[in-house]
Ligand binder design. Structure first.
Ligand SMILES: Cc1ncc(COP(=O)(O)O)c(C=O)c1O
Length: 470
């Protein structure tokens, strides 16, 4: 341990080098053309519990838990140890014609938690590859069943499903696709189930009916014989923590069942504890999808792992089909990685041994404390579920204008919060909060106090600059 810390200290002595090297050699995710390959981002040196420390020595609450993933917190010795032990036992085996025990055991434990008849898991390297796998499986399934026309995918505004070509084609957040190509001929887009941005003058019940009618009408118009799957996050995460109206997901699930459209629930964010359950589809929303995709929290971000859980019914239909020789030509070098699966097993132990219960216990407090930020005039709405929250800023509450004059208000708030000791996930005019699930009430108080101050300072700046007069 001491040696590891010395090594970190040596690395930290080279901060300036790291920044220079990054600017010269690193392409970071989601860059703008004007700075691609020439960008320095906040350099993080250490993590411990709910905190990270940047290389200036400033300790920050990890508000987004990395990217919704450090569920059991940073620096968990038992996770580090299990990775070491597994690497010393078996660091890798080819999944093409061999297998390992941790992946089989993990698949069994996942099936125990999964809703309905979801029984088998295909492991991937992360969320995008999980969604991609689910979609390729749907295509293969319909080919094998003699329905090659049944391939279109229904997706919604505000969705985020990944950065591979097909998964990214489903994305519906503003700006993501402006400069990017996609398989648009394969995707049919529907409205976001965002109650805050529902059409003016209709209540939530009418909005829910509108969404369900739109779904049903779209299926009828396009033709159920052409639609293979619907893909949806139970709570749209990167779209701004959009919690759908009550009953909406169940009604969509029924329409899918009636029309033989596979329901793929993307639990890359909501899975493994974020809403207090291993899977939210069944336990929080009462639905039994045909497939669930997961990643991130499955290893609490300690190892890149994801997967798709598939219904027993689908597998049996394939096994009974007239095409036993049809090949699902899909697999990744790191499918069923033994180290990833071993760390996921230990992570699941930790979740089951108290972290899930703690999340359910502390979540109402988290939501209530965040909600107090609606007192600030820049804040249009605070919403969330479990340990996912979003503070959405607006120019004025009547028009709900997302701050036309300054689309990057989230970044301004993040900059102030960084000074004050909190890392925020800025999303255009929103700040998304999803701390490690081990956060205590006192730490929630600290987090909300800093966020309040960061928003207040941002309001002062906007007023001074004449951008906003609220
Ligand atoms: C709901 C959802 N699906 C898929 C993905 C893609 O996961 P990854 O970045 O691990 O490929 C994300 C990533 O944030 C996500 O939020």
């Amino acid at each position: 341990m001491a040696a590891a810390r010395d090594l970190r200290a040596m690395e930290m002595a080279g901060d300036d080098d790291a920044v220079e090297l990054a600017k010269r050699h690193l392409v970071q995710p989601w860059p703008y053309a004007g700075s691609v390959g020439n960008e320095a981002r906040a350099l993080i040196g250490e993590g411990d519990g709910i905190y990270i420390t940047d290389v200036t020595g400033k300790r920050l609450i990890d508000g987004p838990a990395g990217m919704w993933c450090i569920n059991v917190g940073h620096r968990r010795e038992e996770l580090a140890r299990v990775m070491y032990d597994q690497a010393m036992m078996l660091s890798y085996n080819t999944p093409w014609y061999t297998m390992n025990a941790p992946s089989a055991e993990l698949a069994k434990r996942i099936a125990d938690h999964a809703p309905g008849d979801l029984s088998h898991t295909f492991f991937t390297t992360g969320g995008s590859s999980a969604v991609e796998t689910a979609l390729r499986f749907m295509q293969f399934y319909n080919n094998v069943r003699g329905r090659p026309e049944k391939k279109l995918i229904l997706s919604r505004g505000g969705a985020y499903h990944g950065s591979t070509y097909l998964s990214a084609s489903l994305n519906g957040r503003p700006r993501d696709r402006d400069w990017m190509d996609g398989a648009d001929d394969l995707v049919v887009k529907l409205s976001s189930p965002d109650p805050f941005r529902r059409p003016k003058g209709i209540d939530i019940a009418a909005f829910t009916d509108f969404l369900v009618d739109q779904f049903r009408d779209t299926v009828a118009r396009v033709g159920p014989e052409k639609i293979g799957a619907f893909v949806g996050e139970p709570v749209q995460a990167s779209g701004g923590v959009v919690v759908p109206p009550d009953g909406y997901l169940k009604r969509i699930r029924e329409i899918c069942r009636d029309n033989d459209i596979l329901y793929i629930s993307d639990e890359v964010v909501t899975g493994f504890g974020r809403l207090g359950h291993v899977f939210a589809s069944g336990d929080a929303f009462g639905i039994d999808p045909d497939m669930i995709t997961f990643a991130k929290g499955v290893t609490s971000g300690y190892f890149p792992l994801g997967g798709v859980i598939i219904s027993e019914r689908l597998l049996q239909e394939m096994r009974r089909s007239n095409h036993p020789d049809a090949l699902f030509g899909h697999g990744l070098t790191y499918t069923s990685h033994p180290i990833g699966c071993a760390v996921a097993l230990k992570n699941l132990d930790i979740l089951e041994d108290g972290v899930l219960a703690h999340t359910r216990e502390v979540a109402p407090y988290f939501q209530a404390r965040l909600k107090t930020l609606e007192e600030l005039p820049l804040v249009g709405e605070v919403r969330g579920m479990g340990l996912m929250g979003c503070v959405e800023c607006v120019a004025d509450r009547e028009s709900k204008d997302p701050l036309q004059l300054d689309k990057d208000v989230g970044k301004r708030i993040d900059a102030h919060c960084h000074e004050l000791g909190l890392l925020v996930r800025p999303l255009i005019n929103m700040c998304v909060m999803s701390p490690p699930l081990i956060i205590t009430r006192a730490q929630i108080d600290d987090m909300v106090a800093i966020l309040r101050e960061g928003i207040s300072r941002t309001m002062d700046d906007l007023r001074k600059e004449g951008v906003w007069q609220g």
